[in-house]
Design a protein around this ligand. Sequence first.
Ligand code: SF4
Length: 351
Amino acid sequence: MTTPAVPALRIDRLVVRAAESSAAAAAHGPRDLPNLARFLMDALAPDAERAHKLLDRLTLEVAPHERVVLLGEEGCGKTTLARACARLVPVDAGTLEVAGVAVTARRRGDRLQVRRTLAVVFDDPEHGFDPRRTIGDALREACRALALAGRSEDREARLASAMASASLPATAAAVRAGELPAGLRARAALARALLGTPAVIVIDEPSARLDPLERASLLEALGRLTGAEGAVGRGPAVLALTQRPDVARALAQRVGVLYLGALVELGGVDVLDAPRHPYTRALLEAAPRRSRPASARAIAGELPSVAERPAGCPFHPRCPDAIARCATERPLLIGEGRVVACHVVNAPPPS
Ligand code: SF4
């Protein structure tokens, strides 16, 4: 009997609240309550308290070496998820684990392991590099911060390996970050993410601000990582967060769709070709295509603020298929292989 592999990333009923409600959440009780107690408090909290969730019981597993893309409009929770992975925002409830270790672990050894095994790359034109320093120096400093490769020859070998895996030419090491084109800087950020022993790389809007050639080249480098035999090992899993269906198409083995901090659909790449949830359909329909005027592309209505999360199905004020039940009852994710949270899609066929 084989033991099932530990997921590279496990997200289970993850709740992250907007900062303004975190104080109110703290007033309800201490942060270090066991998850079950916090989950119950969350479920019993008044509506106003529940309303401010940026991530709302988000659940997802990413297998070792797998590429998953989460799609959603701006404001749907993608960057909050990346920030929670990087421990830049507190987790209010639920589980977030990398290779079996809680991202919120407090033990020093666990924290170091999380930093080495979970790399987060943000959508940032500078990618966190000091424009006056060379890429090589920035990567060496990142090695030291991760307490990796104390001997200089080991460190240089690690740098070379990470740069090669990110398809970054060796000559880029001597160039100041501010002088590198955006595409190479993005690959330098990927090289920095590969310095440790990442089980998973979480990447927020991987190709934002890149021209089509740079975008294709970065996505190709990301695609090659998983499953590739290289000096960094067999390759990390990738969780990419984007609003661009073409990025999902280029990269994903599985696709999830986020709306107001929760998954509404999850499945293989066929999600992109045959979407079932009304929001997924609208999102794909709204994606830029040369053959269609911009006016024909918008999703009806505005994305509501998390402070005014609609009751029932959060998509119901914008949904062309809504029925009375949608305004009062939240749909569950249901299905095998392809899961969808929609009362209409999941209704039994008429007998
Ligand atoms: S549950 Fe209702 S409102 Fe929500 S997506 Fe389905 S049909 Fe639309």
